[in-house]
Design a protein around this ligand. Structure first.
Ligand code: NAD
Length: 418
């Protein structure tokens, strides 16, 4: 059997059904997979991927394999692995997977190391843990790498910081920054699945609830809009004047976290920043509030300080909910240990939106193999964005207009005026 470390191989048939179910809503990736099968652009390319191990990711792995890649997969978060999808990849699709839902920190990093044992020349990361591990502990591999792809905002920020510090080990492609990725995945995917995760974890009614969204970037605006769509009263907190203004003109309450802490019933951080909710905010919160995070790392809510403040911690008052009781009796419910709520308590982004993100990943991988990239953090070529948008529109049965020759001339000229 291929190398692997997954929780329960007996889940593989259920996982197989879920992978195929997701595939039916991923038509763009399916088309790329068909072409890859014929052209084999990744023949013999060894790859390591560190992504949320979900049914949608399984379809990306199938696509890379169809192109000829020898790919191994580990998790990019200890709570996001879907054990059935992980088993299906091993049993049904011959992909070595090292990921167990609920794994501890040591296992998480052991799995990253197992994913690079076959000496890959390409990496695909979601949050940069794979690249930082290679940089810190496997410099021998870094020199042989051709390129890496990065899936999320937080990862791209880290890669740019590494480049600025002269520490970037090999060329990278910022997949997150493609328009067909962040404008859709971060906004609609995170928006819907974050609401889904909060509801699955708590079963709260959103209508009439006072919801606080920290951060009004792509993820924050998606979440705020979806929560409002379900009847919640939504307040946004921000540190960027521009984003705060946008939120205000989009019709949200905008306030500081200090004000919001007194006002809100349910809080969700989506900033990519640390300690966004901290001691001074816990001190002001009402009894029995819910606090979740949907940003990449579990540092947005200061849980260490809450542990210190609480006189009691009721672990697992409900699946994915720990209740902290403060000395004055107020209860603060922390969802999914402050980890990505949409992946820990729900199924992550729906397949239809991952179709676009993973189409960008697959085409960027092909691009990285066919081109010699220089050291730096590269944008996804516009042509890939355009191709993915066109294929998605076609799959949705949407036709759009074409510029007439007269319009093309007009738009390229300056002579005509009033
Ligand atoms: N849950 C998921 O599945 C998922 C999906 C995509 C991205 N992400 C992650 O979500 C996070 C946000 O991603 P994004 O694409 O929206 O990023 P973004 O850069 O577009 O937006 C982040 C926003 O947070 C604001 N911010 C920063 N510090 C803040 C603070 N202390 N208080 C209030 N606002 C603050 C910034 O001004 C910015 O407007 C990242 O960590 C990203 O990796 C998660």
């Amino acid at each position: 059997m291929i190398p692997h470390d997954v929780n329960d191989l007996s889940l593989s048939d259920e996982g197989h059904r879920r992978v195929l179910w997701a595939d039916a809503d991923m038509p763009v990736l399916a088309q790329i997979r068909e072409r890859f099968e014929k052209e084999r652009p990744l023949e013999g390319v060894r790859m390591a991927a560190c992504l949320h191990v979900t049914a949608e990711t399984a379809n990306l792995m199938r696509t890379l394999r169809a192109g000829g890649a020898e790919v191994r997969l580990c998790a990019s978060n200890p709570l996001s692995t879907q054990d059935d999808a992980a088993s299906a990849l091993v049993e049904h699709f011959d992909v070595p997977v090292f990921a167990c839902h609920g794994e501890d920190n040591d296992t998480y990093y052991r799995h990253i190391h197992q994913t690079i044992e076959h000496e890959p020349i390409l990496t695909m990361d979601d949050g940069c843990d794979l690249v930082t591990t290679i940089t810190r502990e496997r410099q021998d591999l870094a020199g042989k790498m051709r390129a890496g792809m990065e899936e999320t905002t937080t990862g791209v920020i880290r890669l740019r910081a590494m480049y600025a510090d002269g520490m970037l080990p090999y060329p990278m492609i910022a997949v997150n920054d493609a328009d067909t990725k962040h404008l859709f995945d971060n906004r609609y995917g995170t928006g819907q699945s974050t609401v889904d995760g909060i509801i699955r974890a708590t079963d709260v009614l959103m209508a009439g609830r006072k919801v606080v969204a920290a951060g009004y970037g792509m993820c924050g605006r998606g979440f705020a809009t979806r929560a409002r769509g379900m009847g919640a009263l939504v307040a946004v907190t921000e540190v960027s004047p521009l984003r705060a203004l946008e939120a205000a003109m989009d019709g949200f309450y905008v306030m500081s976290m200090t004000e919001a802490a007194r006002w809100g019933d349910l809080f969700c951080t989506l900033t990519g920043d640390r300690s966004v909710i901290r001691r001074e905010h816990f001190e002001l919160m009402r009894d029995n509030v819910y606090v979740a995070n949907s940003g990449h790392f579990n540092v947005e809510i200061d849980l260490d300080v809450l542990e210190e403040m609480a006189k009691e911690k009721r672990v697992g008052v409900r699946a994915n909910v720990d209740q902290y009781v403060l000395p004055d009796g107020r209860r603060i419910n922390i969802l999914a240990e402050g980890r990505l709520i949409n992946l820990a308590a729900a199924e992550g982004h729906p397949a239809s939106v991952m179709d676009m993100s993973f189409a960008v990943q697959a085409l960027s991988t092909e691009y990285a193999v066919k081109n010699n990239l220089t050291l730096g953090v590269h944008s996804v070529p516009d042509e890939i964005d355009r191709t993915v948008a066109e294929l998605k529109l076609a799959a949705l049965g949407i036709t759009i207009d074409k510029l007439t020759p007269e319009q093309e001339r007009y738009l390229a000229s300056w002579q005509e005026g009033t």
